[in-house]
Design a protein around this ligand. Structure first.
Ligand code: IPD
Length: 281
């Protein structure tokens, strides 16, 4: 019998899967570039259109317009795919591919004229993120990743720096919009801050996670994110050599997302678990 590695059928299907992922990545990058340009042009003078989970959880007309453009472009090329977007919700499909989209992650930064907001687009196959693009337009940064094939920043391979001891770690985090949740998050932070180098609150989970991959922080944690917040930047971070997960070896989830080089991830997890960082207190 022909050895497995010489068999044409196996070779073809592996190659097909890889090139499918690359073509999903290419589409994500193209659409994130166009969407980022639209959002960048619309930032000046932007105002609040609506609110969501609390009066401070805002939506602008550009969140909606950017997501509309992303959905239209993705579905024009791949009409049988599903799309989950922060603003427009779930739209079913039949192909097994689902796009997970955050049109503007860091809407409050966007509203106040800050630079750190991002367009995030991930493609999942059977629930697993296989391709991603994160565009941070005001930094001129385009991150991209393919599952099993690495991450790149503006075309260059991205490798996160090695771990540092927890007490030397610069840790990024964020806060939810509801007062009860952020009060507990502040309580957790009060303990965490005594054990690390310092904390950064940038205002965009996508910019935090991709910035972690680029070496701007050593670790990240946050409670209350949604799939659209971590799908694309989480794949960039894991393909750059970081561990991205939840507590006790679980996957990343709304309860908690932790990211860092594996040794530091473990140390941060051990610090966070007894503090109830995955609870509202
Ligand atoms: C928010 C940002 C923020 C994080 C919040 C997110 P949005 O996303 O990522 O950094 O702390 O938890 O909801 O609302 O700006 O898309």
């Amino acid at each position: 019998m022909t050895p497995r590695h010489d068999r044409e059928d196996i070779h073809v299907s592996t190659t097909d899967a890889a090139s499918d992922r690359e073509s999903l990545r290419d589409l994500a990058v193209r659409v994130a570039a166009e969407a980022g340009e639209l959002a960048r042009e619309g930032q000046a003078g932007i105002t609040v259109l609506d609110t969501k989970s609390s009066p401070t959880d805002v939506v602008t007309k550009m969140d909606r317009a950017t997501e509309d453009l992303i959905r239209a472009r993705l579905l024009a090329e791949r009409p049988d795919d599903a799309v989950l977007g922060e603003e427009g919700g779930d739209e079913g499909g039949t192909s097994g591919v689902r796009w997970v989209v955050d049109p503007i992650d860091g809407t409050v930064n966007y509203l106040y004229g800050h630079h750190d907001w991002a367009v995030s687009i991930a493609a999942e196959v059977d629930g697993v993120a296989v391709a991603a693009a994160v565009n941070v337009p005001r930094r001129d940064e385009m991150y991209e990743a393919v599952l099993g094939a690495g991450a790149r920043l503006n075309g260059r391979t991205l490798q996160a720096p090695p771990a540092v001891p927890l007490e030397q770690a610069l840790v990024a985090t964020g806060f939810g919009y509801r007062p009860e949740r952020r009060t507990q998050q502040a309580r957790v932070l009060l303990e965490v801050i005594a054990h690390i180098r310092d904390i950064r609150r940038g205002g965009s989970a996508a910019v935090d996670l991709t910035g972690l991959a680029a070496g701007r922080f050593n670790a990240y944690y946050e409670r209350g994110l949604h799939a659209w917040d971590w799908a694309a930047p989480g794949l960039v971070a894991s393909e750059a050599g970081l561990r991205v997960g939840g507590l006790h070896g679980g996957p990343p989830g709304e309860d908690l997302v932790i990211a860092g080089r594996p040794e530091l991830y473990e140390a941060l997890q051990d610090l966070l678990a007894p503090l109830g960082a995955d609870t509202d207190g």
